[in-house]
Design a protein around this ligand. Structure first.
Ligand code: MLT
Length: 411
């Protein structure tokens, strides 16, 4: 008799964005004549950069000929892409990285979800709250989260670090002893950032306590302000304690193409129960070689083109386009009287909703009265209750139209 992984039974019925999509679809079916605008999931709407599609066409052509076709890609990625990443994302910021510290994948969602494979089930995990649900749900699937305590809106063995307007969205070091901490900066969902000084507090804490930081930098390309670190490795000592996740999804519009990478420094160690030290780089290498057959050649050529001169210019144009949307959303939401955060170094805008509504109620109100789909803050965790998230990834026209509709909203 095959037994299931019973941890799956403890998860909430649907993944956050599936629930949002379900409600939006039900509304569209009930009111087919209404134009619904989605500013919910962070999915891109601008086309791929011409430099990227040119590289893809060229790679497709190579695949059509016996002399130039490629079979399995190297598990950790082609050297041409790894070298472009090291030069542009790290060396350009004064960070050294070796080729075998970079692992190309099909995106940060997979890697942040899969990384748990190399950590023991006994580890105590901390997350900022609100948080990208993948971190929590994947730990729950692995049995690391314990039971879901519905009344508390929290998992038994997860340490939650509230990030709210009251503490300026700056996570305090956990009072409880933890082993692994997920940090995402610029932050999804709040759009807020940490300064180098604030991130250094975390790196020093991790160094002193043998904690591993899982640092999700998927949104670093949207940083506009100085003093906001693009990589945790800008902080001294971080290579001893942090794994960093990067994504081409938001940077270069690859949500439908799928490519990202993870940096696992060779100096990063973790321990067995006897206290012996092991290289996490080697464990991740082993995990990827066993469970992953590499990102497609065509896609890795596309990602390489992100770093070409033309690619960089075109991609910057797209990021500026989204950040103009972010400024429009921020300004218009502020006019409604709501307190608004993010949108300056990140494509997400996090708004405090008026008293008297839960975030799902406010989500429904926006959908019913303005036909705008958002993401309710509580979907990202208990501390997200009372907030709502907008993304800047819509088209300019839809964003402007949505903001016109928001003006008529009775709060
Ligand atoms: C989001 O909207 O939070 C993201 O698009 C989700 C993701 O990147 O998987």
């Amino acid at each position: 008799m095959a037994l299931i992984n019973e941890n799956f039974l403890k998860l909430s019925g649907a993944y956050l964005f599936s629930e949002v999509a379900k409600r939006a679809t039900a509304y569209k079916e009930a009111y087919p004549d209404k134009k619904v605008i989605s500013l919910s999931i962070g999915d891109v709407t601008r086309p791929l950069a011409p430099a990227v599609t040119e590289a893809m066409h060229k790679a497709v052509e190579e695949m059509a000929h016996a002399e130039t076709m490629r079979g399995y890609a190297p598990d950790a990625g082609y050297p041409f892409l790894i070298e472009a990443i090291i030069r542009n994302d790290f060396n350009a910021r004064g960070i050294e990285a070796d080729r075998d510290e970079i692992f190309i994948s099909d995106g940060a969602k997979s890697d942040t979800g899969n990384i748990g494979d190399i950590f023991g089930c006994e580890n105590k995990v901390a997350v900022t709250d609100p948080v990208y649900p993948v971190y929590v749900d994947t730990n729950a699937m692995a049995g690391r989260a314990g039971e879901y305590l519905a009344a508390a809106g929290a998992w038994e063995h997860i340490t939650y670090i509230p990030c709210t307007m009251e503490n300026g969205f700056v996570p305090a070091l956990p009072a409880a002893e933890v082993d692994i901490v997920y940090l995402c900066y610029p932050n999804n969902p709040t759009g807020t950032t940490l300064t180098k000084e604030q991130l250094k507090v975390w790196v020093d804490y991790a160094l002193a306590n043998k904690v591993v930081i899982l640092f999700d930098a998927a949104y670093e390309a949207f940083i506009t302000e100085e003093d906001v670190p693009h990589s945790i490795y800008e902080i001294e000592g971080a290579k001893k304690i942090a794994i960093e996740f990067r994504s081409f999804s938001k940077t270069a519009g690859f949500t439908g193409v799928r490519c990202g990478y993870t940096v696992v420094p060779k100096e990063l160690m973790a321990f067995d129960k006897k206290g012996n030290r092991y290289s996490l780089n080697q464990l991740w290498q082993r995990r990827q070689a066993t469970k992953f057959n590499g990102t497609a050649y065509i896609i890795q050529r596309a990602a390489e083109a992100v770093y070409s001169k033309a690619g960089k210019k075109q991609i910057k144009g797209t990021i500026d386009y989204y950040m103009e949307n972010a400024a429009v959303i921020k300004k218009n939401l502020e006019h409604t009287g709501m307190a608004v955060y993010g949108g300056v170094n990140a494509p997400y805008i996090w708004a405090k909703i008026p008293e008297g509504y839960t975030s799902w109620e406010f989500f429904d109100k926006l959908l019913n009265e303005t036909q705008i789909v958002t993401t309710p803050g509580v979907g990202f965790g208990k501390s997200g209750e009372g907030y709502i998230r907008f993304t800047a990834f819509g088209s300019k026209e839809n964003t402007l139209e949505a903001m016109e509709r928001i003006k008529s909203l009775k709060l």
